[in-house]
Design a protein around this ligand. Sequence first.
Ligand code: XMP
Length: 332
Amino acid sequence: EWTTGSVIEEQVERIRAQIGEGTAICALSGGVDSAVAAALVQKAIGDRLTCVYVDHGLMRLNESEQIEKAFGESTGGAKLIVVDAEEQFLSALAGVTDPEQKRKIIGREFIRTFERAQADILRERGVIDEAGHAEAKAFLVQGTLYPDVVESGGGEGAANIKSHHNVGGLPEDLSFELVEPLRALFKDEVRAVGSELGLPDAIVWRQPFPGPGLGIRIIGEVTKERLDVLRRADAIAREEMTAAGLDREIWQCPVVLLADVRSVGVQGDGRTYGHPIVLRPVTSDDAMTADWAKLPYEVLGRISTRITNEVAEINRVTLDVTSKPPGTIEWE
Ligand code: XMP
């Protein structure tokens, strides 16, 4: 019989058997899958798990702090290393406007940063010796779900992967074994397990958010100033949707800054020349297809009034009424 309690017990036993006295590392993304996978492994092996959160500076308002706090508290202080890499990511993105280019750069910088953190952890734990050779294998925790397993053609879990060559200072003779405690679960089951483990709703019910973050929600070059403008607008939109009780109805609502577009407006006794933002609320079951969400006019009105009043750089709020296909959910 399937109960969250029995799933947790069974997985904790399996994780203990797999990792033994080994050292495990997990990259937290802020999403539910990696958080639940990490919480299970932490329950199994305690502080021989180290979680790494790479703060690329492209998260929403106060989001990194919230992830750190919520995860730390609910797991009873799991070992978590937060790497502040904002400057590194922003300088790598300077001058870049092409969406695929942005994704590539963000992915590359993420791997570099994560591998550097891994190397530090493994040296500290004695898995890598001072000369830079591997003394043991290490375990890498991933929040792979059942649909991911099916999509990638199945196969057994616990595969060994070689480390990349010298991207982030890991020795070539190091091998990682994957720990994937969610491989048999669907999303709703992962949420149930997360709740049972005591993770807060902010993690368990978090809407999807892309890995490249706000980097792909600024149409044009990504700069700190533009990110700050988008963060303030996005926070207002999310606050109003939450207040209206729409969080579970809406799949997600990207807020997109048209940074290279300017529009004329009028406010008080003066003409403004600001930027438009786009609200992109969608409903969906799996993000493969999506419908534009018919948000209540009152909610849209409140979001529009507040954003144009509270974010001086924005003088126009627009609504995206395109389904997927033909539009993707994100604008880039
Ligand atoms: P699209 O825009 O392709 O998005 O309709 C489908 C879902 O995937 C998310 N998304 C991403 N997630 N890295 C991610 O981790 C990405 O590069 C990426 N691009 C889109 C998007 O938010 C939506 O939930």
